[in-house]
Design a protein around this ligand. Structure first.
Ligand SMILES: C[S@@+](CC[C@H](N)C(=O)[O-])C[C@H]1O[C@@H](n2cnc3c(N)ncnc32)[C@H](O)[C@@H]1O
Length: 261
């Protein structure tokens, strides 16, 4: 993968906006990873605001806002922010609709940044990590989770038997993220990975979950034409033939990062 991910930003915004109302019902993995992130790196109650990048329906924001005097929930999709507002009603939380790749904050103005399974949707992770450093106060910290390259390896392998298009988005490795951090001036950081395997009754159940959270294929190398029924059936047959028993499994490589300014 090159320094910038080739993805269609307008499609990212549109997909998550469309998924906002049904997101919580499909986001079990996101909640599980968010809980692990908070357990590994609990939010310290500082005077400066804490920012949740790619807040979605506010799962992490709710937790952060209940532990700090000022919190900011930021997302690119207005319907996600509206859902977050409903889920976090009554908490001291400001809502900002903005692109994480253009953070609308002054230098040295944020105490902590959290982000759960959102930055993989950004085009230039290196620039984003630099901008996070810019807005954080001295001794501020960045805590995030994102997907690693082994994510959805089984789905990718099944599609590779059918055609040469990218059907699964590409994800950076810990080595690449470490290089981006160093290039952006971060000196103190730790990266860990966890491999989560989930079972599904069928490939269609997996695809429904991905659609439910708004995780569409936004790679610019995707097939520009709609997927044909025959191609889909062929992929499903390859996926299921690689599985023993009635269920299918899908792997998710989770990368956890903590970086100190
Ligand atoms: C999979 S959801 C995760 C939501 C939430 N953090 C959670 O744990 O449930 C990814 C979120 O990132 C947002 N997002 C994607 N690209 C973004 C960008 N460039 N700037 C801000 N938000 C973005 C999407 O709109 C979506 O709400």
């Amino acid at each position: 993968m090159t320094d910038t991910a080739l993805l269609d930003k307008a499609k990212v915004r549109q997909s998550f906006a469309a998924a906002a109302d049904g997101y919580d019902a499909s986001a079990g993995l996101q909640r599980r990873v968010g809980e692990t992130l908070l357990a590994k790196f609990p939010c310290a109650g500082l005077a400066q605001p804490v920012l949740d990048i790619g807040c979605g329906t506010g799962f992490l924001s709710r937790h952060l806002a209940s532990r700090t005097p000022a919190a900011v929930a930021l997302d690119i999709a207005v319907p996600m922010l509206q859902a977050a507002q409903r889920n976090c009603a009554g908490l001291p939380l400001a809502y900002v609709c903005a692109d994480a790749e253009r953070l609308p904050f002054r230098n040295d103005s944020i105490g902590q940044i959290y982000s759960n399974l959102a930055v993989q949707w950004c085009e230039d992770l290196s620039a984003l990590l630099g901008d996070c450093r810019r807005v954080l106060c001295v001794d501020g910290r960045l805590v995030l989770s994102t997907f690693g390259p082994r994510t959805l390896a089984e789905l990718k392998a099944a599609w590779s038997q059918v055609d040469e298009f990218a059907h699964v988005n590409q994800f950076y490795s810990t080595d690449q993220i470490g290089q981006f951090l160093a290039a952006a001036g971060w000196r103190r950081f730790e990266l860990e990975t966890e491999l989560i395997t989930q079972s599904y009754p069928s490939v269609m159940a997996l695809m429904r979950e991905l659609k439910g959270i708004g995780a569409h294929n936004v790679s610019t190398y995707r097939n520009p034409r709609p997927t044909s029924r025959a191609a889909l059936q062929s992929m499903i047959a390859h996926y299921e033939s690689a599985m023993a028993g009635g269920e299918i499994v899908a792997s998710y490589e989770i990368i956890y990062l903590r970086a100190m300014r």
